[in-house]
Ligand binder design. Structure first.
Ligand code: NAD
Length: 369
């Protein structure tokens, strides 16, 4: 099963296949060991423990000379020193412009290795092999690469599309359950902003998908979610307009992460709470077109550890304002006109925000299965 991301001469396929087929998929995109036999494999310690060996073996059997570069797991690796370590290793090893960079891991590895690929020798071929649910449904597709700066997340980066994405659903078996939840929130988000059909599908298979028990259902849901992401990116590669709808729930989520302290909630947990607030704001404006409680039931089923209601709403609104200053514009919210029809607005009063926040914290999320 494959999906095509249509971006003119930067188009590429997203394969849902075993990583053992990676060398063939690379060859189909012109990445063969006769151009440059070197291949740089970037991963993190957790992912490498499971998948470094089979991926290296498959590449070596196809004639590649593989240099693994393993970083520490976690967001701290998306920063300058780990990036510089990749530059140092790659340049001392003697890469050339045909040397592919294979990013094997979650969104952290994808963003870090992606930015390294974008900048080394003015651009090396990039192969995304996402192993977390969040990376499979979201981060590996669309070409955003970045590292963080002490003043904020993702401030040093580039739009740089991969040559291909190879997402192996089997790698999700070893993903910690809380990370699974985090990715589920982004999958639900894609359904809300882009596909009433995916939302109905998720409603029908909600328990099996959230508990990672119904393999057929979650594989189908992942593929459909990627299709939505691919469509949005194809319309607006550089986020000059429509692509911003992928931030549904994120205005609140970024503030939640900041006020609670990074790591207290996973990004997906914060997005789940933020989507409830955004649903409330959307319903207030479009009560006829939107069945808030139906949609909220799906979001509320996403387990969230910790109590967002314990956060100070004043601090949250302040954090939203600070974020606005960083970006030099107004605080913007993505709202739904109806299911699958999202738009951007800056026109939300503090009274509405307080009301939406009360709704988001009104009933607890489901607990972990
Ligand atoms: P992550 O990369 O830190 O992975 C989460 C954890 O799961 C890590 O500990 C990792 O080692 C582990 N892991 C990943 N796959 C595993 C597997 N198959 N088996 C066992 N353990 C596994 O985090 P994430 O949630 O994947 O990604 C978050 C990052 O993605 C953030 O930095 C965010 O900014 C970025 N992001 C980027 C985009 C984009 O468009 N580029 C979109 C969304 C998020």
């Amino acid at each position: 099963m494959s999906i095509h991301v249509s971006l003119g001469d930067r188009s590429y396929p997203v394969h849902f296949q075993s990583l053992r087929t990676l060398p063939e998929r690379m060859a189909e995109r012109g990445l063969r060991p006769n151009d440059s036999s070197r291949c740089l494999l970037v991963s993190d310690e957790n992912v490498a423990a499971h998948y470094r060996s089979p991926v290296t073996t498959a590449l070596e059997n196809a004639g590649w000379t593989v240099r693994p570069h393993i970083v520490a797991p976690g967001e701290a690796s998306k920063s300058y020193e780990p990036l510089r370590a990749i530059y140092d290793e790659a340049l001392r090893w003697g890469i050339d412009r045909g040397t592919p960079v294979v990013a094997l891991g979650g969104g952290v590895v994808g963003d870090l290795a992606g930015f390294a690929a974008a900048t080394l020798l003015r651009g090396l071929p990039l192969v995304q092999c996402p192993t977390s649910l969040l990376a499979q449904v979201d981060a590996s597709v669309g070409g955003k690469t970045a590292v963080n700066h002490p003043t904020g997340k993702n401030l040093i980066g580039a739009f740089y599309q991969p040559h291909l994405v190879c997402a192996d659903p089997d790698t999700l078996d070893t993903l910690p359950m809380r990370e699974w939840t985090s990715g589920s929130a982004e999958m639900v988000k894609h359904a809300l902003i882009g596909s009433p059909e995916l939302l109905s599908f998720l409603e029908d298979h909600l328990v099996g998908v959230l508990a990672r028990k119904d393999r057929e259902a979650f594989t189908t849901a992942i593929e459909r979610a990627v299709r939505i992401k691919a469509e949005v990116v194809a319309e607006d590669e550089r986020e000059s307009g429509r692509r911003a709808i992928l931030n549904f729930g994120h205005t609140f989520a970024h503030a939640i992460e900041k006020v609670a302290g990074y790591g207290a909630f996973t990004h997906g947990e914060a997005v789940a709470v933020g989507m409830r607030a955004a649903l409330h704001l959307s319903h207030r404006r479009h009560p006829e077109a939107l069945n808030r409680d139906r949609l909220d039931a799906v979001v509320q089923a996403i387990p969230v550890e910790g109590d967002p209601g314990a956060l100070n709403p004043g601090a949250l609104f302040e954090a939203m304002q600070a974020d606005k200053k960083n970006r030099g514009d107004t605080v913007r919210f993505v709202l739904l006109r109806s299911l699958g029809d999202a738009y951007l607005t800056g026109d939300v009063s503090e009274h509405e925000l307080r009301e939406a926040w009360r709704f988001a914290c009104s009933e607890p999320h489901a607990s972990r299965p």
